[in-house]
Design a protein around this ligand. Structure first.
Ligand code: TYM
Length: 331
């Protein structure tokens, strides 16, 4: 293990529920890293959610508490790993302003996620100034905590790259090695790094094609029932193509017998209904302890956890800001 044991990551609070793509791509690794002895800083990115949800800021704030519940339900222990809300640490706003002065516009305009979101929003009139700066704010989130690594899903790679580039530019401009490069911790299994949704597009809150960590067992069953399978497999005896079937993709992650299940699916020895039934049982069993833990978390407990998390996060963030101001000669 490196000397620097700090890890930082975050999720936007656009939605009150995290899906199993968020879990497989990131949260599962957060819990593993915590359990391996890393100092895992778990942030809820409410300001980032505002880039698309600026019309509903209160909802974003309410969702942030629910996202924190999902972190804890999934196994984050707030006594070990600070859980905090981005907007509670005002240092993020100050550093964002400073980094926005040194980030070349071209780097931001080229970001693939920016182009996608621009398309989603439709017109330039609806596109906020803050959206362009999204990767700058994410860089701030990371650099303030000087982490060893950042565990995220594949879609975040472009943001992480810009972050290391901005850090290098800061060091060069002000002639001081304030920031060391951090590692990108993306699951090696591509299927987990970019988990497909029930319709085989990427699992995403905006496509509404996910299974949520906190769904009930019945909701999970109904969603799996509607999942995309091999379109040409009408009967059990028709050959399946597991690589293109959402149910088979999830079996590969959650079922210890997936190889046999895939083989039988391919050979027309098992039907989609059987796959769906077995998957529902396995997924419900896997997430049951998390769902039970989540149901026991009350709002007052979460507020206490977030207050404590913010206190611990602020200590680190404000020390970094002192270094930043000093490197820049601002006093
Ligand atoms: P967000 O909120 O879109 O997603 C949260 C995390 O879940 C991962 N993820 C997935 N992984 C695998 N398969 C999927 N289908 C899938 N969908 C989402 C994402 O890669 C991410 O790790 N910009 C970030 C939030 C953020 C952040 C940060 C992350 C703000 N500041 C600082 C790291 C460090 C985002 O929008 O994630």
């Amino acid at each position: 293990m490196s000397d620097n044991k700090r890890i930082l990551s975050g999720m936007r609070s656009t939605n009150p529920q995290l899906h199993i793509g968020n879990y497989e791509g990131a949260l599962r690794n957060w819990v593993d890293l915590q359990n391996q002895g890393y100092d895992m800083f778990c942030m809820v990115a409410d300001w980032h959610a505002l880039t698309t949800m600026y019309e509903n800021p209160h909802e974003v704030s309410v969702n942030a508490r629910e996202v924190a519940k999902d972190y804890i339900a999934a196994g984050i222990d707030p006594a070990k790993s600070p859980v905090f809300i981005q907007s509670h640490i005002k240092e993020h706003a100050e550093f964002h302003l400073l980094l926005s002065m040194i980030t070349p516009l071209g780097w931001l305009e080229r970001t693939p996620t920016y182009k996608e979101k621009q398309q989603d929003l439709g017109s330039a009139e609806r596109e906020p100034y803050g959206l362009l700066g999204y990767p700058v704010l994410q860089t701030v989130d990371i650099l303030l905590y000087k982490p060893f690594g950042v565990p995220v899903g594949r879609d975040q790679a472009p943001h992480l790259e810009i972050g290391n580039d901005i850090a290098q530019r800061f060091n060069r401009l002000y002639n001081k090695d304030v920031f060391q490069p951090y590692k990108y911790m993306i699951p090696e299994d591509e299927n987990r790094a970019k988990l497909p949704g029930l319709d085989m597009r990427k699992m995403s809150k905006s496509y509404d094609n996910g299974i949520n960590i906190s769904d009930t067992e019945d909701e999970t069953a109904a969603k799996i029932k509607s999942a995309f399978t091999t379109p040409t497999k009408m009967r059990k005896t028709d050959p399946g193509i597991p690589e293109g079937c959402a149910v088979c993709q999830y079996l590969k992650i959650y079922s210890p017998n997936w190889e046999q299940q895939w083989e039988e699916d391919r050979n027309g020895e098992r039907g989609c209904m059987q796959n769906k039934k077995e998957l529902t049982e396995i997924i419900n069993e896997y997430f049951r302890p998390m769902r039970e833990r989540r149901a026991q978390l009350d709002d007052a407990t979460i507020e206490d956890i977030l207050r404590d998390g913010a206190k611990r996060a602020r200590e680190v963030a404000s020390a970094t800001m002192d270094e930043v101001r000093s490197a820049m000669g601002i006093y």
